[in-house]
Design a protein around this ligand. Sequence first.
Ligand SMILES: *[C@@H]1O[C@H](CO)[C@@H](O)[C@H](O)[C@H]1NC(C)=O
Ligand SMILES: *[C@@H]1O[C@H](CO)[C@@H](O)[C@H](O)[C@H]1NC(C)=O
Length: 204
Amino acid sequence: MTMILYVLCYVVYSFHHVSTAVNSVLEDLRMEIKQLRATTTSNQVKAETEIQNLKAEINQLKNTNNKRALPETNLAAEKPAFAATMSDHAKGLGRYQTIVFDTLYNNDLGCYSPVTGVFTAPMNGTYFFTSTVMSHTGQYLETEICLNGQTLVLMYSYDTKHEQGTNSVVLALKTGDSVWVRLHVTEGSMVYGYNWSTFSGFMI
Ligand SMILES: *[C@@H]1O[C@H](CO)[C@@H](O)[C@H](O)[C@H]1NC(C)=O
Ligand SMILES: *[C@@H]1O[C@H](CO)[C@@H](O)[C@H](O)[C@H]1NC(C)=O
């Protein structure tokens, strides 16, 4: 009887021992999985951060490149100043049609729109504007700088060969006044682009 009890105790003890050992191994494995998961997640986060950093770097490089080609708008500037040129020829222009100078070299305060071709004064003050417009062979060109749709000064280019007409004006503007270049008459319906025609202005 004692022997049987002894064996039974041994079996129970052994079983408990084995079970404890198994549990301990399981616990170790659980810890290991947890660690692996944590490492994987942290690696993922690291990779994602790395990708974000690289993307930001690429964008910065792109911006630097753009800046080199065409300077960005300086919104912190105190006074507006812009310089615009025309990339391609403007064709089929009608009487009083706006001539859009679509390429910017400068646009402090962003007051000139390369989409509409119009400069809008952000504050009262005295401003200087100048424009040079080149004609195509065979078409004489009459253009003008206008203020709120009112003709101010005219430019003329003869038609026997490419010719550049130019003019300037100093204006006392109030906030919201608009200045742009437009065709004066219909005969010269084309303006030569490729940086041969320009429109610039600034607050004095
Ligand atoms: C700008 O000029 C207009 C017209 O002269 C005047 O009524 C207005 O008060 C001026 N605005 C500022 C901010 O000086
Ligand atoms: C006009 O000037 C811009 C800016 O410098 C340049 O990217 C473009 O190639 C020029 N176009 C021509 C036809 O020279």
